[in-house]
Write a protein that binds this ligand. Structure first.
Ligand code: WTA
Length: 571
């Protein structure tokens, strides 16, 4: 076990006395930071954008530096207020009402942010999708949410199975298209005609705001439903964990299809009124260091998978760039390897602060903050206002150093409020008043939490959460595949890779061509990150007597581990 202790960094950090804050803080203390505390008028988009645009001191401050390989733009808070007002007017024109689900299947771009904020301004619920999704992934999410409108590009439209989506009434197209039916709305044309003034739809703190679909170990992806109230925790973590100061330039590398890209790529920085950097396009070490350099990024939130790639790209590339503005780095999504933390100390002369949370939790819960000693390899300690513990399967707390379920006392501000249309699924997360995360961990004597792994079969590949069921279901749609069992296999760079075991239907013979064809079938039908890197043909797939695939057993076989209890194995 790595127990390297990295002392707190000196400085005037926003949260200097963690222990004291833990004892004295109540979530109500945070409410004074919001205008609705006095006006009673609530909307996340108002707090994140309009409030700063109405203030003469921040009206012309840069809210968004956008860059991609072929486009660069910088927008002020006032610009974003106006463009999101325009989009809200477009939505109103087409009779979008409060509570409707409006999905975005759109690359990161200024249009994305105008549309996203416009959706919130009319009181509708935004559903951002990864640009990499293929037909099946798009279908599952739009069908389940009964989305009434989609904002996409003419290129991505090809992956939208419209015939299967009866609720989808309108599609806004960003970019030139030949579509003529009145189902389609031309973004550029409508925006040009729309007013930059808009009467905000005031909502309740408990009204829906965003739905993120995420994978569990069974069933289709589930719609995790978040409400405007989450802003209380986004603001608190912007202050304590992101440690933002008003003149910071902040870059969160996450795509808004992932909760990190909304909670920390949109809400937290803008609630705090800081300049936000967004990069489109693919990862490359040179371009990433270049972005830090070009915008003089001061606070950076990224993921272990990207950091590991930067480590392997070597120490010469960063030397070409001036990274001296950087003062604070954070990571999320997977275990942060102590080796990467050590590298960070050398490459940037900075600590990398691990943070732990989930789509369902809406915001950071267990964190390392600047004024705290880091125990390399640990996720840190619970945020003030958060009670975290390790519990057994009945929800009883376990003593320090004992491994169990990582659990959080129910009721923090950004907690999901439901799983869309699946109340029983939502209830299943809670045991004895605890939200049970599905992660196994232990807590040491000093209150630091240490991640050990997943307790279910969810796969974490390069920080992307993939449900084995989703991949198995797609695999058996291929005409050659009879049965499939999918597991995560440890991998030094990606954390885990996806390995699929399949059996073939009669008349099919194993060949490299066939396996490659099946891989492509997943890649083009579901999404690239869900495509198995390894595919193995077996005579049979182990199942329980009730017909459940025994993924644990497949994994034990694969890793050469003891197989444990196999008494439920089918004859
Ligand atoms: C994993 C949303 C180790 C964990 C942010 C969790 C982590 C799942 C960490 C959530 C971390 C997230 N250390 N593992 N700091 N952060 N995870 O919903 O298994 O896509 O349950 O992430 O990612 O994945 P999600």
């Amino acid at each position: 076990m790595h127990t390297e202790k990295i002392p707190a960094r000196e400085g005037n950090h926003n949260l200097q006395d963690y222990e004291k804050m833990r004892k004295t803080f109540s979530w109500d203390d945070m409410k004074k930071n919001f205008s609705w505390n006095e006006t009673g008028k609530v909307n996340m988009a108002y707090e994140a954008i309009d409030r700063h645009a109405e203030n003469p001191d921040t009206k012309d401050k840069i809210a968004l530096h956008y860059s991609s390989p072929d486009r660069e733009e910088s927008l002020t808070f006032d610009d974003l207020k106006k463009s999101s007002n325009q989009f809200a007017n477009v939505l109103k024109k087409y009779n979008v009402e409060k509570g409707e689900r409006i999905f975005l299947f759109l690359p990161r771009s200024p249009e994305f942010y105008a549309a996203f904020l416009g959706i919130l301004k009319v009181g509708a619920i935004a559903g951002p999708l990864f640009e990499a999704f293929m037909e099946q992934a798009v279908r599952d999410r739009l069908q389940d949410s009964e989305a009434s409108m989609l904002i996409t590009t003419p290129d991505l439209l090809e992956r939208v199975p419209q015939d299967d989506l009866p609720d989808l009434k309108k599609i806004v197209l960003v970019g030139d298209s030949k579509e003529t039916s009145d189902k389609y709305i031309d973004y550029d044309k409508e925006m040009k005609d729309a007013s930059t003034d808009f009467e905000m739809e005031w909502v309740d703190l408990e009204d829906g705001m965003v739905i993120h679909y995420t994978s569990g170990s069974t069933g289709k992806p589930k719609g995790v439903y978040h409400v405007h109230n989450a802003m209380i925790q986004h603001y608190a973590t912007a202050e304590w964990v992101l440690d933002l100061k008003k003149d910071d330039v902040y870059w969160c590398t996450a795509d808004p299809g992932w909760v990190t890209g909304t909670s920390y790529g949109i809400f937290a920085p803008w609630l705090y009124g800081v300049t936000n950097v967004v990069r489109g396009g693919r990862f490359s070490p040179d371009a990433w260091y270049g972005t830090l350099d070009k915008y003089n990024v001061t606070v950076w939130y990224t993921a272990p998978t990207a950091l590991r790639k930067l480590v392997s790209a070597g120490s010469e590339i960063p030397k070409k760039h001036d990274l001296s503005s950087l003062r604070h780095i954070m990571s999320v999504g997977e275990p942060l390897n102590p080796e990467v933390v050590s590298w960070g100390l050398e490459a940037f002369d900075l600590r990398i602060h691990d943070t732990w949370w989930m789509t369902e939790t809406g915001a950071q819960l267990i964190v390392n903050i600047p004024s705290m000693e880091i125990r390399s390899g640990s996720m840190g300690k619970p945020l003030p206002g958060i009670e975290a513990s390790i519990v057994d399967n009945e929800g009883n707390e376990l003593p320090p150093n004992q491994m169990g379920n990582l659990a959080i006392k129910k009721g923090w501000p950004s907690m999901m409020r439901k799983i869309w249309k699946r109340p029983e699924k939502f209830e299943s997360y809670f045991i004895n008043g605890w939200y049970v995360s599905g992660d196994s961990a232990y807590k040491d004597e000093d209150g630091y939490f240490w991640f050990q792994g997943r307790l279910d079969d969810v796969i974490n590949t390069s920080g992307e959460r993939v449900g084995p069921f989703e991949v198995e279901s797609k695999l058996i749609e291929h005409e050659a595949v009879a049965e499939a069992g999918v597991i995560g296999k440890p991998d030094p760079e990606r954390g885990e890779i996806i390995k699929a075991f399949i059996t073939l239907n009669d008349g099919y013979k194993e060949s490299d061509e066939l396996l490659e064809e099946i891989r492509q079938f997943i890649k083009t039908g579901l999404s690239a990150h869900a495509a198995p890197r390894e595919l193995e043909v077996k005579d049979s797939i182990p199942k329980t007597r009730s017909g459940k695939i025994m993924r644990r057993l497949l994994k034990s076989w694969e890793l050469g581990l003891p197989t444990g209890d196999t008494s439920t194995l089918e004859e």
